[in-house]
Design a binder for this molecule. Structure first.
Ligand code: F6P
Length: 547
């Protein structure tokens, strides 16, 4: 692919950056009283405010020109048309079909996948409804009170994040649990207080070969069989996978198995049957609202002009910071305790997708690619790592997420939460100059000398960029919108960098080496010869400690 137009667009942006680098974000507001209206976009009740970025209309025009040079519109059309955009695995990435609630077809190899999607969606809904209503019960006729999802990565993070986010929508009669880590403490701590006769396990794994999930599923199976007998296993397990043959080998009843397809990437799969545990927890109707939120964003992404298109702007502003200001970290701070797992979910979505060093055709990338993604809910983060964000020498752009109204929490608390969120983005942008600090200190009665010596410590450089997404409340539809916005943001950036966001070869080497090391770690009689000195030394030290 000829990338000369992209290189030219990057060069134009670089020249522009040099021109505006000295302009402070706060001054851009002074120059333009309508800046907020001009640098914010609405999608239903959700508002994306990007006015606190170091960006002018010219910046946005140049970023949109970069997107056009990278053929964003054509690549977006290919994505939605079901073309094999995942070039290394020769598959489409058609997760948008999973949240399509219209009559519109979505085709893979010329075949409409929607009838299959609707069929599985209906089976998931009816199974979930029957578990919730107590019509499907355990082997001893007990109603299920606990549902344990066993999965990892994309088979865990999305549903676990959403179950927490949507906890007010959860049935009070059911508790949801998510077990992912191969560390036996994860499953052990979860099942310790559970009654096996009232527990349903959902084994979620696209491949049904993932070491962690298979180990946890085997131990959960033993937990049920030891307590209730081998015959009870069939009544206490369900599975979600693309590998129906492997699920059958594990012994899960065919009517408890929910499939999906290889054109659904793991980290894009929460819209599929991978959401089963979530559907059991919140019910099929709220889950459909979640899908509708995703669909809202798909419609917006394909139809809104590029300069008024939220995921396009999110992606381009990320490129602006990553490539023009060399910032390697991107912060996501939800002012919402129930979005506590949202940053972890985004870490997989963003870093597994765009943490790449070669282009789609295997050449080294010409620019930096995906940033480290990191975050914690506000206000907690303020009392932990915000010091560095305000006064550290590295700058990281921040996404603030906040609901206008609480879902069910105290409105007085919520007003404080919103005020904190706004105060932080204002402080990041404005900062406080040394002269301002000295004036404040003198007004507090400090001598000129004391004020001068303390002032550097109390000075804030400011000019630190952020975006804010504000929506009415964290309901299923807005959660669906949030997830789909970030999915498409990641896609937009992958197009600019010309990388494949749908594969994840980087996770393979560690898995392979673990398979080689596991027998040596497990069996002290095995030799460590041939291993590097550190690995052999650590195994020897472990053997010594475990003697
Ligand atoms: O380790 C990476 C990964 O392959 C993810 O991409 C995936 O979401 C996760 O493992 C779990 O895979 P599976 O659903 O096949 O168990």
């Amino acid at each position: 692919m000829d990338r000369s137009e992209v290189r030219a667009a990057f060069a134009a942006l670089e020249a522009h950056r040099a021109q505006i680098a000295g302009a402070r974000i706060a001054d851009l507001f002074d120059r333009d009283p309508r800046r907020f209206e001009r640098f914010s976009v609405r999608l239903a009740d959700m508002l994306f405010d990007y006015s606190k970025h170091k960006a002018t209309s010219a910046t946005i025009q140049l970023l949109v020109a970069l997107a056009r040079a990278a053929k964003l519109e054509e690549r977006r059309a290919a994505l939605f048309a079901g073309e094999k955009v995942n070039v290394t695995e020769r598959r489409p990435a058609l997760h948008m079909a999973l949240r399509n609630l219209t009559d519109r077809p979505f085709c893979v190899d010329g075949r409409d996948v929607m009838p299959d999607v609707r069929d599985v969606r209906a089976r998931v809904a009816s199974f979930a409804q029957a578990v919730r209503a107590g019509a499907i019960r355990g082997a001893r006729g007990e109603v299920f009170t606990d549902v344990v999802n066993i999965g990892i990565g994309g088979s865990d993070l999305g549903p676990a994040m959403a179950a927490r986010a949507l906890s007010p929508y959860m049935s009070p009669k059911l508790r949801g649990h998510f077990v992912s880590n191969v560390d036996g403490a994860d499953l052990g701590d979860t099942i310790r207080s559970l009654d096996p006769a009232r527990t349903l396990f959902v084994v979620s794994s696209k491949t049904f070969t993932t070491q962690e999930t298979m180990a946890n599923a085997a131990s959960a199976r033993k937990f049920v069989a030891d307590a209730l007998g081998e015959a009870a296993v069939a009544d206490h397990f369900a599975a979600v996978s693309t590998r129906l043959d492997k699920v059958a080998e594990f012994g899960i009843r065919p009517d408890r198995v929910f499939g999906f397809w290889d054109w659904v990437g793991g980290r894009y799969s929460m819209w599929s049957a991978i959401g089963l545990s979530l559907v059991i927890a919140i019910g099929p109707e709220p889950f459909e609202e979640f899908l509708r939120g995703g669909q809202d964003v798909d419609e917006h992404f394909v139809s809104a002009p590029l300069d008024a298109n939220i995921p396009v702007l999110m992606g381009l502003l990320g490129v602006w910071r990553r490539n023009m200001f060399a910032e390697s970290v991107h912060l996501v701070i939800p002012y919402d305790q129930r979005l506590a797992r949202f940053p972890a979910y985004l870490q997989q979505l963003d870093m597994e997708s765009n943490g790449k060093h070669v282009t789609r055709d295997g050449a080294p990338v010409a620019t930096a690619t995906g940033p480290f993604v990191f975050g914690e809910p506000g206000t907690n983060g303020q009392h932990a790592f915000f010091q560095l964000l305000h006064q550290g020498v590295n700058v990281a752009p921040i996404d603030f997420l906040v609901a206008a109204e609480p879902t069910d929490a105290d409105p007085v608390h919520h007003a404080l939460l919103v005020a904190n969120c706004l105060a932080q983005s204002e402080a990041m942008m404005r900062g406080r100059s040394r002269a301002e600090v000295q004036a404040i200190l003198k007004a507090q009665g400090l001598s000129a000398e004391e004020a001068a010596s303390l002032a550097p410590h109390k000075t804030f450089a400011g000019d630190r960029p952020s975006s804010t997404l504000m929506y009415r409340r964290l309901d299923p539809r807005n959660l669906g919108r949030l997830v789909a916005l970030y999915e498409h943001k990641v896609f937009v950036q992958s197009v600019i960098w010309d990388i494949n966001p749908f594969d994840q070869w980087g996770v393979e080497l560690g898995k392979e080496l673990c398979n080689r090391l596991a027998p040596i770690v497990q069996d002290p009689a095995r030799t460590t010869e041939g291993l590097d000195g550190s690995t052999a030394g650590l195994i020897a030290w472990r053997r010594h400690l475990s003697r």
